[in-house]
Design a protein around this ligand. Structure first.
Ligand code: IPE
Ligand code: IPE
Ligand code: MG
Length: 257
């Protein structure tokens, strides 16, 4: 596995199109309520938006797309809604995996999967194996995921692998391989639909220098044009990673020379 540049250890390379896009797909329930439909109808409709955005990321050359499907706090929802989301998760894995493989799209899951039904765990394993060699785009679905869980599980696995570790030996480079997204560069662009401006325990570690884009558009209404809008906004950001604008200008001049 290639280890990617940590934005705090070295300045990463930047590009006009984000290499890694991370999305909090929010607003499904409100989309349905506005139409006097049950909340869960919004989740079904949200799946259509996922298909569109996956294809558009594939088309535009995004390398990694990470989507938040179910947070470690979403178990607090009514059991009927949780049950529906679990069924939808299993159904969509079964329905999509062949198409993903045909389109050279690799699927990965992050989160504590042990709490899921064995049927889901088996389907996750099967889907990951079936798409493991795919290269055009890597989609990561975060399910029963929490940013705090991720940091803690990384620390636990790191300590288990290095039982004699002294506190002063703990550093980023040592911990990084144990984080659940170690296979991907840090997200360049974070998108949250549905109007809330919060991170809700998504990729806490990895968002250190990510550009944060918020839109009021509800997830089922988020389409190719909306994604393009987010990309246009992203392309206007000056990503300084702690440096000054003048330093960036000098670097751009020396690169052009
Ligand atoms: C996001 O939409 C989907 C999940 C959290 C599974 P919501 O279900 O949170 O929709 P709102 O925010 O209630 O409208
Ligand atoms: C975040 O949305 C989680 C997912 C989209 C899966 P929530 O709707 O659960 O977040 P809060 O509760 O509004 O912060
Ligand atoms: Mg929500």
């Amino acid at each position: 596995m290639t280890l990617h540049t940590s934005s705090t250890l070295a300045v990463p390379e930047v590009s006009a199109i984000p290499r890694h896009v991370a999305i909090i797909m929010d607003g499904n329930g409100r989309w349905a309520s506005k139409r006097l439909m049950p909340r869960v109808a919004g989740h079904s409709e949200g799946l259509n938006a996922v298909r569109k955005i996956v294809q558009e990321c594939r088309r535009t050359g995004v390398e990694y797309l990470t989507i938040f499907a179910f947070s470690s706090e979403n178990w607090r929802r009514p059991p009927e809604e949780v049950g529906f989301l679990m069924k939808l998760f299993l159904k969509s894995l079964k329905g999509e995996v062949s198409r993903l493989a045909e389109n050279d799209i690799c699927l990965k899951l992050i989160g504590d999967l042990t709490r899921f039904d064995p049927a889901i765990q088996e389907m996750v394993k099967f889907s990951e194996e079936k798409t493991a060699g795919c290269k055009a785009l890597t989609i990561t679905v975060a399910a029963n995921y929490g940013g705090r869980w991720d940091i803690l599980q990384a620390m636990q696995r790191c300590l288990a692998a290095n039982p004699n570790l002294k506190p002063e030996q703990v550093n980023e480079a040592l911990l990084q391989p144990y984080l659940s997204m170690a296979y991907a560069p840090e997200p360049d662009l974070f998108i949250r639909t549905g109007g809330e401006q919060r991170v809700s325990n998504f990729l806490l570690w990895q968002l250190a220098y990510t550009e944060l884009y918020f839109t009021d558009v509800l997830w089922p209404d988020f389409d190719e044009a909306q994604l393009q809008k987010a990309f246009d906004w992203f392309s206007q950001r000056e990503r300084r990673f702690g440096r000054t604008s003048a330093q960036l200008a000098t670097q751009a001049m020396s690169n052009a020379a």
